[in-house]
Design a protein around this ligand. Sequence first.
Ligand code: FDA
Length: 392
Amino acid sequence: MNRFDVAVIGAGAAGMMAAAEAGRRGRSVLVVDHARAPGEKIRISGGGRCNFTNLGATPANFLSANPRFAISALKRYTPRDFIALVERHRIAWHEKKLGQLFCDGSARQIVEMLVAEMAMGGVTLRLATPVSGVEHGPDGFRLALAGETVEAASLVVATGGLSIPKMGATDFGYRIARQFGIAILPTRPGLVPLTLDPALLEKTAPLAGLSVEGRASFGKTGFDEALLFTHRGISGPAILQISSFWKEGEPIRIALAPSVDLLARLREARATNGRQAPATLLGEVLPKRLALFVSAEAKARPHLADCSDAVLTAIDASVNGWMLRPNGSEGYRTAEVTVGGVDTAELDQKTMMAKRVPGLFFVGEVVDVTGWLGGYNFQWAWASGWAAGQAA
Ligand code: FDA
C-alpha cells in the first residue's frame, strides 16, 4: 500500500496550492483528481486569461455565514504573495479594471505554474483517478482509488463547488464532510445570470444583447457595473454580483442610469420642450431600444407636456428604481461559484483543519466562503490552500 504524509482530493486552484506548499515543506504529497487535466476551471477562467487575483481583496469582498473566518488566511497569503509567485514564473500580467489582474497571455500559464510548483515539491499527481471512498483510522486516512488503496496522515478536501457539472464538479467534498459529521450550510448557485418569467421575458425580448452601465442592488448591497439583457433574463457583471446575495422570490432593484437625476431632467424638459417625446429624452441617457421599452412600461403619453408628475415619477422609477423579480437563475449549469458549503464554524481559521477531525482539511470553494466577481474567488483558493499547505 502506498503511504503519503498528505493526500489532496482535487487538483483545482486550492488543491494545487495546498499540495505545492505541503511539498515545499518536505511532506510527501499525493494529489488525485477524477478529471483528465488539472485546473480546468483555471483554464477557462477570465475568458481564458484567468482573473487570478484582485489587488483590493479584503474580507469585505466575501460572503460567509461568518464574515470574520476568512480574515486570517487572506492576511497571511495576500494578492501580493500570488503576484510574486506569478512573477517568479515570468508570467506577464495586467490590471484590467477595479484591481482585477489577468494574464497577458493565457490562463494555461497559471495551471502550468502550479503544476511546476507541485513538481518542485515532489508532489505525485494522479489524474483520471476517481476516489470511491475515504476511511479514517488511527494512522490517518485511507483512500480507495480504482484498484488501489492509499494511506495519508492528512487529507485535504479541495473538490470545489457544484458549479459547471459538465467540467467535473461534484458534491464529493460535501459528502466527505457529512461522513465525518461536519455541518454544511445550504448551497446555491452564485455569480449566475438571473432568469425572468415568460410574460416579462416576452416584453424584454427586444432588449436581448443590450448592455448598459447600471446598478443592481439587493437590500443594502449594490454593484455599479454593466447589466446585460439576455434571451433568458438578465446578466452582466452587476447582475452576477448581486445574484450571490439575491434570495429567491425577492425583487432586485435596478438603476439603468444611476448617475442621472432623471426626474429633474424630465421636469425641466416638460417645462422647456413639452413637445418632446419622453422616449426621445430617455434616448439621451439610455440606448434607444431601452428608452422605448421604459417609456412603454411607464405608459408615457406621446408628449412630455401631457405627462403628469405621476407619469414622470413612474418613468423615473422604471429607469432608476426598477424592482425586477427574477423567477430563478440559470443554476449550476452556468454559475461561476457555489455559495454556502462546509460550515466555517467547523474549521480552524488559521489552518482550515476540521476542529473535530484532526488531519482533515477543507479548502477553496467547498468551504462557505464565496468571493465577489473579480479575482476574489481565486484569491480565496490560493489563501485557504496555502494555509492548509502550512499545516497538513
Ligand atoms: P476547483 O473547482 O478549481 O477544483 C476542484 C477540483 O476537484 C476539480 O479539478 C475537480 O475535477 C475535482 N473534483 C471534484 N470532484 C471530485 C471527485 N469526486 N474526485 C476527484 N476529484 C474531484 N474566479 C476568479 O477568481 N477569477 C476568475 O476569472 C474566475 N473565472 C471563472 C470562470 C468560470 C467559467 C467559472 C466556472 C469559475 C470562475 N471562477 C473565477 C471561480 C473559480 O474558478 C473557483 O472559485 C475556483 O476554481 C475554486 O477553486 P477550488 O480549487 O476550490 O475548486
